[in-house]
Design a protein around this ligand. Structure first.
Ligand code: FBP
Length: 701
């Protein structure tokens, strides 16, 4: 029931066009975005484009890829070139009336709508009669023949806008004979000439298998590299970069960086919290690395860096003893928590008991003991499913059931004495882990067999250990807040006390800019003992109020605020870079289609350089594939690219780590990336990670 007031205001809205404009969802930003025309690569200024195969780039071909994808394994890298003044047959073929399907697959990534817009514009320009079908809700739309025919109205409404709202997305995989049969049926019903799959590594893997399967039917399959994770990067076997990054990465990183930069400002103002920011990126830490460069947060963990860690003391000891020590390689959760605590304690010592820490979502993948658990569970679950021809997660729906099954495995291993994948030691170690984390590790994998890191509260696990260790350090008197010498002197002088008399008794570094209370002074009681022992006060005296105040100020309390940056960045409106990049990917995908390619992925070479140097290309997907463990067995997939710890951009971050930690007196080195812009130039109008790689390459060459 509408109240009288609501009716009154409903009338007001109805009658007042200015109010209507203010509350309309079509605001200035939306109109400007929709009206923005992304720049196109020079080659697309030609009326027609053609493809030129090149042998310049070579790949190491996996024998399984050769066996499974025979019709597309011989594909070459293709440059998109202007077709000049082509002959009649070329024009006829190029401008053929086509039916083409397009689908989003996997998580949203900013720029997706521009891929469709670029593709749609090019297809309609070649032949306005061509029909473009958008399959709904991801690959399931192909299997179930659920689609919408795209029109100017639909496409125009989403130009330069974030999300995948136009046709939605889904994570299904066309991985069974039945799904393949149904997909072919859809293609037949719609008389499709081609299908464009806009997706990540797994979706492009799927694209290669579809290309092979539909090769004889003459249906072309083209992939487009999408994912905010930034883990689709293509190099040939000589290391030449063919695709520096997928679209969506830049915007997501900027969105995270902007929010995290605001936390740096808050933390530095309110000086009481450590902000713990988990950022998306299923496995690779590319997003965290870019955020580090964008914000200069105090601590940024990079998973790939942790995996490289070697404990030189342990290695030395093992060498002397003549026994290998496998635990000397890679970081354990406990060790990592110690490294984090070291940073926190050092900042506190200069009065900064606050800061900002960035944790990549996939960090667990790089932690020794967790990686072992993940691999073991993948195998155990796969073995269970194939032996019992049923589903592990359906049969053991709750954690207790799963743990009971593991206990039984450990018991069998103990009683039968044979080596099995799960023994008593594994069981004991696993039982030391908090229940919520056990549940996370045993969770169902996604349709592609990936561990779902976004569902696990990684930061909770890590910060639990950090808090425990900080408490130990606090009890030992090693975690203290450093107090400025000036503040100390002023406080004591207010009580008519001589700072130089109390200073040497209270502090271990009296004379420094930031004073740290001695480790032995951890309570009011030990404070009094120290003062009495040095003859500053008598046993019967009270501790002077100002001295007690100084002591209390030195006692830290570790307060955190935890944030997760993922879905918000994925849903952001695209940056100028992603608007232009994605639109040109759409144009490239059409050029590949119009020129008869299949099993190719649209890409832009030289993305790390100025726009004028961008070169649209087609990359063969099959030669990029290799075998990887998925759901406990080896599968042929397109490999993910993780952070290269030898890359200049990582080395630059490493070189600046100490500066950004800011464990020295003075202001922190925080950087303000600012909000996402879709037009205009600035230094971060491309991802800083590859700008730095390129700049370093140029100056080191
Ligand atoms: P894609 O690889 O499909 O682009 O998705 C990436 C991602 O956003 C990861 O960063 C994250 O771990 C995952 O998707 C989250 O998955 P979901 O959307 O199923 O929660």
């Amino acid at each position: 029931m509408q109240g009288e007031e609501s009716v009154k205001f409903a009338h007001l809205i109805e009658k007042n066009p200015i109010i209507q404009k203010v509350i309309s969802n079509v605001n200035h930003e939306l109109v400007a975005r929709r009206g923005n025309k992304p720049s196109v690569c020079k080659v697309f200024l030609n009326e027609f484009t053609k493809l030129k195969d090149t042998d310049e780039f070579v790949f190491e071909i996996h024998k399984e890829a050769k066996k499974c994808l025979p019709d597309i394994i011989g594909n070459k890298v293709q440059f998109v070139e202007g077709a000049g003044s082509p002959d009649g047959p070329f024009i006829e073929k190029y401008c053929n009336k086509r039916n083409i399907g397009i689908v989003f697959s996997g998580g949203p990534a900013p720029g997706g709508h521009n891929v469709i817009a670029g593709f749609y514009d090019a297809a309609k320009k070649a032949n306005p009669e061509s029909r473009i079908y958008g399959f709904l809700l991801g690959p399931d739309g192909i299997v179930e023949n659920e689609y919408v025919e795209l029109t100017d109205g639909i496409v125009d409404a989403y130009r330069n806008l974030g999300g995948f709202g136009m046709i939605k997305t889904g994570r299904a995989k066309i991985d069974s004979k039945e799904k393949m049969r149904l997909s072919k049926e859809t293609c037949r019903k719609l008389k499709l000439d081609a299908l464009v799959i806009v997706g990540g590594d797994d979706s492009n893997t799927n694209a290669a298998f579809l290309a092979q399967e539909m090769y004889k039917d003459g249906i072309q399959i083209i992939g487009v590299p999408k994912t905010i994770d930034g883990d689709i990067q293509v190099r040939d076997s000589k290391g030449t970069v063919l695709c520096a990054i997928s679209f969506g990465f830049h915007t997501a990183a900027l969105a995270f960086a902007n929010a995290i930069s605001n936390l740096c400002t808050d933390s530095n103002s309110d000086v009481k919290y450590w902000h713990i920011c988990k950022v998306m990126g299923r496995v690779a830490s590319h997003l965290a690395l870019e955020v580090a460069l964008q914000t200069h947060a105090n601590i940024t963990l990079i998973g790939e860096d942790l995996a490289e860690y070697t404990d030189s003391r342990r290695i030395e000891k093992a060498k002397k003893e003549g026994t290998p020590d496998y635990m000397a390689f890679g970081v354990t959760l406990r060790h990592l928590s110690r490294v984090i605590c070291d940073g926190i304690v050092r900042r506190a010592a200069v009065g900064k008991n606050y800061g900002v820490m960035v944790i990549p979502e996939g960090i667990l993948e790089f932690i020794n003991e967790i990686q072992v658990f993940i691999i073991k569970f993948n195998t155990i679950i796969a073995q269970y499913n194939s032996t019992h021809d049923t589903d592990f997660h359906t049969n053991f729906p709750i954690l207790e059931d799963k743990l009971e099954y593991l206990r039984r495995l450990a018991k069998t291993s103990r009683e039968e004495g044979t080596f099995t994948i799960w023994n008593t030691r594994d069981d004991d170690l696993f039982n030391d882990i908090p229940a919520f984390f056990q549940e996370g590790l045993l969770m169902e994998r996604d349709s592609h067999g990936n561990f779902q890191f976004s569902q696990v509260e990684t930061e909770k696990v890590l910060m639990g250990l950090v808090k425990d260790y900080l408490n130990i350090l606090k009890e030992k008197g090693q975690y203290k807040i450093g107090l400025s010498k000036v503040y100390y002197a002023k406080t004591l002088e207010k009580g008519n006390l001589n700072p130089d008399i109390f200073g040497p008794v209270l502090f271990k570094n009296y004379g420094d800019e930031f004073l740290i209370v001695k480790e032995t002074i951890t309570s009011v009681k030990t404070l009094k003992q120290a003062l009495v022992r040095d003859g500053i006060i008598q046993e019967s005296d009270k501790i002077p109020t100002e001295v007690e105040k100084i002591f209390k100020k030195s006692i830290p309390s570790f307060k955190t605020q935890v944030h997760f940056y993922g879905y918000d960045g994925r849903g952001s409106d695209p940056s100028g870079f992603d608007c232009v990049y994605a639109y040109n990917l759409g144009l490239t995908a059409f050029s590949l289609t119009a020129n008869g390619a299949t099993g190719q992925m649209a890409a832009i070479k030289n993305l790390e350089n100025e726009f004028e140097k961008w070169e649209p290309i087609g990359i063969p997907i099959a030669p990029l594939m290799h075998n990887e463990e998925r759901k406990g067995k080896l599968d042929l997939v397109l490999g993910k690219t993780i952070v290269d710890v030898n890359s200049p951009c990582f080395q630059i971050v490493k070189a600046l780590r100490e500066k950004w930690l800011g464990a020295v007196a003075g202001e922190d080195d925080y950087r303000r990336p600012g909000p996402i812009r879709f037009v205009g130039k600035c230094e971060d109008d491309r991802p800083l990670t590859f700008v730095l790689n390129e700049l370093a390459k140029r100056s080191l060459d």
